[in-house]
Ligand binder design. Structure first.
Ligand SMILES: *Cc1c(COP(=O)(O)O)cnc(C)c1O
Length: 381
């Protein structure tokens, strides 16, 4: 039995741990100065005016939809090729997710299909920058402007991404980020919204804290003031402990990206042209955030390949079986096989391989070797 190659290992280091320790020995554990520092540095990194720190990207999507006026009876256009959080957030907001199919060569929402899905009830579009590669934001913004729709970007995979000279969040009304355990920067659980819209940011700050107009830190740093609750909100505020884990990771984010980029190129070199293995396309004039490295194998062999790779000690995942075929979505919305054939094709063929800065170059070579062994072995061997 060879040494296990984990699917993911995080990047928390001694500096992050020391910073958390400082918070734990301080007076203030919840949303306070560490969150403010994280928000300042994250806005600096993304180039977007306002950051609101939250407990997850799911919360970020939910609150962004509310802040941009999505509610009961509305429709939101998005992709079935994502984690279910994307479309669940639409349902949380009281609206209905409307899926459109993806581009076969990238897996991203196909902008050319959006307009056919627009109805008088459509209020917003949620593009997902799948695996770290941006959607065609120029085209999506143009459609949204013409149709009067909000654009909420699901940037859970794509903090570092850029395409056609456009950064994540620059053309959207808001961009939603995740700091879940396996994301490019991580705090276990965590998320944020960035927006250039100051009014929306103010509303988001209230919505993350029950809709209350003064936070605990306001009550602590200033003399006690009564607070009011002008709107109904949720309990989604990031705390100082999680923020402390992220502040220094932001100093290292581009170095971490460079390491993943190098490993990505090793994978591409090792796997391109391999029999029964296809790769998605990295677009030119873009910076792919290099979040998830996926291969496509023949549909009938995917599940066997998953087990065989695990048997060889390679950690794997599937990103994603399409959302519309999950039990709840079939039952509630009547979706079935054939509704979004390109997403289904990727969903039945995709395997995600280990990709993270601590992954060794020898480990990448071992994974490539394992894929070759598994895919070139005759069935029944
Ligand atoms: C991880 C992920 C989310 C959800 O993020 P959480 O922080 O876990 O809520 C949403 N969308 C995509 C594409 C993701 O990968």
């Amino acid at each position: 039995m060879t040494k296990k190659i984990e699917f993911f290992r995080h990047n928390i280091d001694e500096r992050d741990i020391a910073r958390v320790k400082d918070v734990l020995t301080s007076l203030f554990l919840t949303t306070g100065s560490e969150v403010a520092e994280f928000e300042r540095k994250f806005s600096e990194y993304t180039g977007l005016g306002q950051t609101v720190g939250l407990t997850s990207c799911t919360a970020a999507l939910h609150l962004s939809l509310l802040a941009f006026g999505v509610g009961r009876g509305d429709e939101v256009i998005t992709t079935p090729m994502s984690f279910c959080a994307t479309s669940n957030s639409v349902i949380h907001a009281g609206a209905k997710p409307v899926f459109v199919d993806v581009e076969p060569e990238t897996g991203n929402l196909d902008a050319a299909l959006i307009e056919k899905a627009v109805t008088p009830r459509t209020k917003a579009i949620i593009p997902v920058h799948l695996y770290g590669q941006m959607c065609d934001m120029k085209r999506i913004r143009e459609i949204a402007d013409r149709r009067g729709l909000a654009v909420i970007e699901d940037a859970a995979h794509a903090v570092e991404a850029e395409r056609d000279g456009v950064r994540v969040g620059q053309l959207g009304d808001a961009a939603c980020y995740s700091f879940y355990a396996t994301k490019n920067i991580a705090s276990g659980e965590g998320g944020a919204v960035c927006t250039n819209n100051a009014d929306a940011a103010e509303l988001l700050r209230m919505l993350r804290m029950h809709g209350i107009d003064k936070s605990a830190i306001d009550r602590y740093t200033r003399r006690y003031q009564h607070w009011d609750m002008p709107v109904l909100g949720w309990k989604y505020n990031m705390d100082n402990i999680h923020a402390a884990l992220l502040v220094d990771q932001l100093d290292r984010i581009d170095g971490l990206w460079e390491r993943r980029d190098l490993l990505w190129e090793m994978y591409e070199e090792g796997l391109s042209g391999m029999k029964d293995v296809e790769l998605l396309k990295t677009l030119p004039q873009s910076r792919h955030a290099r979040h998830l490295f996926t291969i496509l194998v023949p549909p009938g062999r995917r599940d066997a390949a998953l087990s065989a790779l695990q048997e060889k000690g390679v950690g794997v995942a599937v990103n994603y079986r399409p959302i519309h075929l999950l039990a709840y979505y079939r039952r509630e919305f009547g979706f079935s096989e054939g509704d979004f054939p390109r997403a289904e094709e990727i969903g039945s063929r995709t395997i995600s391989l280990p990709l993270y800065p601590k992954l060794g170059e020898d480990e990448v070579r071992a994974v490539v070797g394992a894929v070759r062994d598994v895919m070139t072995a005759r069935s029944g061997d």
